[in-house]
Design a binder for this molecule. Sequence first.
Ligand code: NI
Length: 251
Amino acid sequence: MFIDTHCHILKKYYDDIDSVINDSIENNVKLIIFSCCEKEDIEESIQLLNSYDSLFATFGFHPDQIDKVCDNDLDQLENLIIQNRKIVGIGEIGLDYHYPTNKEKQKELFGKQLSIAQRLDLPVVIHSRDATKDTIDILNQYHLRGIIHCFSGSLETANTYIKMGYKLGIGGVLTFKNSKLDRIVEKLSVEHLVLETDSPYLTPHPFRGEKNSSKYIPFIVQKISEIKNIPIEEIGKITTNNCYELFDLKL
Ligand code: NI
């Protein structure tokens, strides 16, 4: 079996969520950990968690939410996480310097959520875009575990995160022709990797251009299997195990 450790499932992305979940299960993606990262999505996300056994979630505020989130929202987030055992981590949270934006405010929101993770002893799912140095500096101030979502950095950066105790989230980008991520993955042990789609975005080859969904995880596994010359079943076993340990999942 496989686990999609990061995606976005909401009615605004999918007309028929039932079939997204069922198609995934049919394709051996037995668990999906989706990310709820905006205030407006919380209510629907909790309903989804209540409706499907195969769904778990991480909740947290994305760096693009800096102007919409106040301390009261963070208190509510913390309470919500304490109350719901299917919220198994905090994310996606982090830094995004791709667009001109308020770096200091992003760092502040990121830090506050890392503190919640530390208090609740929960893993974090990290969004870091054009912000590797600051991400590493900030994460080094905490003792946490988690996933570097959609990892696409250098081998050196990969090894830095691994030494800090983080797993690398590998998704559709690995299947893109010019990604160069294959050369990095080739050199990393599968013990440090987890699978993700980031659906509805980043659809793997050969479905690029279509809407992504967790059912495409096997195409990412297939690519890892080719690169590392390890059987698909083995990749599934190791990445699933990584995920169980990280999120302390019990079936
Ligand atoms: Ni995402």
